[in-house]
Ligand binder design. Structure first.
Ligand SMILES: Nc1ncnc2c1ncn2[C@@H]1O[C@H](COP(=O)(O)OP(=O)(O)OP(=O)(O)O)[C@@H](O)[C@H]1O
Ligand SMILES: [Mg+2]
Length: 348
C-alpha cells in the first residue's frame, strides 16, 4: 500500500520535487576555485562541515576552533564564500517569493496513523525538529521504528521516499521490529532494513560526534536521506551531567547539539525526529497543574524543537498525542494505537 492510496484524504507527504534541492546544496569543494586549498577544505569536512551553507551556519569563533584553521584562514574562507555567492547571485537576503519556492521542498513523513498525521499538520515535517515526549511505554520508540519504514515509501507531491539514520542512546532499537512494519506496507523486509543506518551512542560526546558523521554522510549522498532519528535526545546528558552544579554545562552542550540538528535538517532538507523523557515538576503541586510532569531539557529543548507533542497512555494499545506549547498549532489531541505492524489508527 502506497501512502497516497489511503482513503482519508489527509496529505501525508508533499511538495518534494526530486533533484530540486541539488542546487540548494553548494559543495565546499567549490571554494577551491577561490583559492582555498584542499587541505583546509578537508579540515572543514572532518568537522562535519561539507557545504557552503554549513560554513555560514557556524560562527567565526567556532570555525577558528577547528584544528589547523587559523583566524586568517577562516577569514579567507569567508571571503571565498562571498565571491562564490556573488557569482550565484543571492547574498543573504532572498525575496519572499524565493523563500516560498524554497519551502516547496519541505515534505512530510507519515507516522503510520492518519489521526496523528492530521495533528502534526500532515506528518513529521522536514527542515525542522519534531520532539515526542512521554512516560515509558507511551510509544516513542515504536513511533521511531514506524517512521523508519514510512520514510522509505513514495508519497504525494512527488516525494520519492528515502533512507533513514537512527541514533540510539538507550539500546532500544530492534531491527527485527521493522519486519512486520514492512509487511504491513507490503515492502521487502531486507530492503527496508538495508535503508536504515544505525548507530549506538554511549556518551553525549559521542552523540555529538556521530552528528558530524551524519552530516558528512548526508553530504556524500545528497538527497538520499530523509529522516534523522535520535531516540532519546536526553538520556545520555542525564547520565553524563549530574546535579545542579553541572546543569549549566549540560544545557550549553545540549544547545550545541540542538543547533547542530537544526542546521542538518535545513541544510540537507531532512526531517529530524527526537524523543524525550519526562520528570516530575516540583512546582506543579503548588500551582495545581493538571499535568504534574514535564519534558526534561528545559528552555533549551523547548525553544529548539519546532513541534513538540506529548504522548500519554490510553486504553489498551491506544495512546493519546497532544500538541504541547506550540505557537501556531491548536492544542488539540489525537488518538493512535500501537500494533505489531507499527503505529496506526485505533480500530474502532
Ligand atoms: N510488536 C508489538 N506489537 C504491539 N505492541 C507493541 C509491540 N512492541 C511493543 N509494543 C508496545 O509498545 C509499547 C512500548 O512502546 P515504546 O517502547 O515505544 O515506549 P517508549 O515511549 O519508547 O518508552 P521508554 O520511555 O521506556 O523508552 C508497549 O506498550 C508495548 O506493548
Ligand atoms: Mg523508548
Amino acid at each position: 500500500m502506497a501512502l497516497e492510496a489511503r482513503g482519508d484524504g489527509s496529505s501525508v507527504v508533499g511538495g518534494m520535487e526530486q533533484g530540486e534541492d541539488d542546487d540548494f546544496i553548494l559543495d565546499i569543494d567549490l571554494l577551491q576555485a577561490h583559492g582555498i586549498n584542499v587541505a583546509d577544505i578537508k579540515k572543514l569536512k572532518t568537522a562535519g562541515i561539507c557545504t557552503v551553507r554549513g560554513v555560514q551556519m557556524i560562527t567565526k569563533k567556532k570555525l577558528c576552533n577547528i584544528k589547523g584553521l587559523s583566524e586568517a584562514k577562516v577569514d579567507k574562507i569567508k571571503e571565498a564564500i562571498l565571491k562564490l555567492q556573488g557569482e550565484g547571485g543571492g547574498v543573504g537576503f532572498i525575496t519572499a517569493l524565493q523563500a516560498s519556492l524554497n519551502r516547496r521542498n519541505v515534505f512530510r513523513l507519515s507516522s503510520g496513523s492518519s489521526e496523528l498525521d492530521k495533528l502534526l499538520g500532515g506528518g513529521v515535517e522536514s527542515m525542522s525538529i519534531t520532539e515526542a515526549f512521554g512516560e515509558f511505554r507511551t510509544g516513542k520508540t515504536q513511533l521511531s521504528h514506524t517512521l523508519c519504514v514510512t520514510t522509505q515509501m513514495p508519497g504525494n507531491g512527488g516525494y520519492t521516499g528515502g533512507k533513514v539514520v537512527y541514533l540510539d542512546t538507550e539500546n532500544t532499537f530492534r531491527p527485527d521490529r521493522l519486519r512486520p512494519i514492512a509487511d504491513r506496507f507490503s515492502l521487502d523486509q531486507e530492503a527496508v532494513l538495508d535503508n536504515v543506518l544505525y548507530a549506538r551512542a554511549y556518551t553525549s560526546e559521542q552523540q555529538m560526534e556521530l552528528l558530524d558523521f551524519v552530516a558528512a554522510k548526508f553530504h556524500e549522498e545528497p538527497g538520499v536521506f530523509k529522516l534523522l532519528i535520535v531516540d532519546s535526545i536526553m538520556a545520555l546528558f542525564r547520565v553524563d551531567y549530574s546535579g545542579r552544579g553541572e546543569l549549566a554545562d549540560r544545557q550549553q552542550h545540549l544547545a550545541q547539539m540542538m543547533s547542530r540538528l537544526q542546521k542538518i535538517s535545513e541544510e540537507y532538507n531532512v526531517a529530524v525526529f527526537i524523543t524525550n523523557q519526562m520528570t516530575a515538576d516540583p512546582g506543579a503541586t503548588l500551582s495545581f497543574q493538571a499535568d504534574p510532569k514535564k519534558p526534561i531539557g528545559g528552555n533549551i529543548l523547548a525553544h529548539a524543537s519546532t513541534t513538540r507533542i506529548s504522548l500519554r497512555k490510553g486504553r489498551g494499545e491506544c495512546r493519546i498525542a497532544k500538541i504541547y506549547d506550540s505557537p501556531d498549532l491548536p492544542e488539540s489531541e489525537a488518538t493512535f494505537a500501537i500494533y505489531n505492524g507499527g503505529i496506526g489508527d485505533p480500530k474502532d
